[in-house]
Design a protein around this ligand. Structure first.
Ligand code: B1M
Length: 210
């Protein structure tokens, strides 16, 4: 019987060695790969998100936890058969055009991945066209836009306008965030959700069932 509680604890503590050892042990013992992910790794990462939101964890702890999660996931991945785990949705995430900041965006991506979303990371300085292309070609259900500069915040609005113009706005949920972004701005540009931090981004999407 796999020790899911210990697996969760290894992720929460960011103990890469322990997370991979327990995962390998479970795989060798015949535990279903989906159970390892759903009962061991993801619940651990959700605790990390909660602690980060409550200022009990800071950026380094989250990055270390995400590294443990990723290491364990890399072992499980080859054993997952198609359809074993239905992702909650496919998120195309990127920092908007003109903006090169990616630390916060990466944290949001990691938390969403930990919560069970498939992530298409488009990187930084992402044009509206690239987001549109991702929706058209990669089965994206959520667009996640990050902006760190007051001068690049308008690129959020431009990306939403471009989705509208392409007739794709109704097909996707749009979530936005980043230091200068506010709930008032969300209303102004017509995004579906705004999250002030990575943990809240998971909650906001789950709340919308996106
Ligand atoms: Co820049 N920078 N920077 N910078 N930088 C800021 C943002 C700034 C506030 C610093 C300052 O002046 N005090 C300022 C912006 C001022 C403004 O517009 N109001 C600024 C500036 C001016 C600039 C340059 C213009 C500087 C210059 O060249 N003159 C330049 C712009 C380059 C460009 O983008 N075109 C620039 C460059 C850089 C570096 C390259 C040196 C580096 C980025 C490295 C990298 O990202 N790989 C950098 C850094 C590191 C910062 C600070 C110091 C830290 C940002 C960060 O990573 N924070 C920042 C000052 C600060 O914030 N204290 C600053 C940690 C991160 C975890 O937080 O990104 O806020 P954050 O993400 C949070 C939330 O915002 C939220 O969740 C995250 C986790 O909780 N969130 C989302 C983020 N995206 C989200 C998306 C969501 C939901 C939530 O849904 C999709």
């Amino acid at each position: 019987m796999a020790d899911f509680a210990a697996m969760q604890e290894a992720v929460i503590k960011g103990n890469l060695g322990e997370a991979t050892r327990l995962t390998q042990e479970a795989l060798d013992g015949g535990t279903a790969p989906a159970a390892i992910v759903n009962e061991g790794l993801i619940p651990g990462m959700l605790v990390v998100g909660e602690r980060f939101k409550n200022n009990e964890y800071y950026v380094p702890e989250v990055l270390i936890a995400a590294r443990a999660m990723k290491g364990a996931m890399a072992l499980v991945q080859p054993h997952l058969k198609e359809g074993d785990i239905e992702p909650l949705g496919t998120v195309a995430i990127g920092t908007v055009q003109g903006d090169l900041h990616d630390i916060g965006k990466n944290l949001v991506a990691m938390m969403l991945e930990g919560a069970g979303y498939k992530i298409v990371d488009l990187g930084v300085d992402v044009s509206p066209e690239k987001f549109i292309d991702a929706v058209q070609s990669q089965g994206v259900t959520v667009i996640a836009l990050s902006a760190l500069l007051t001068t690049t915040m308008p690129s959020i609005g431009k990306t939403i306008e471009a989705l509208n113009a392409a007739g794709l706005r109704e097909k996707v949920t749009v979530i936005i965030g980043g230091a200068p972004v506010t709930e008032a701005y969300r209303k102004e540009v017509g995004a579906d959700a705004y999250a002030p931090d990575a943990g809240s981004a998971v909650e906001a999407l789950k709340g919308l069932a996106a």
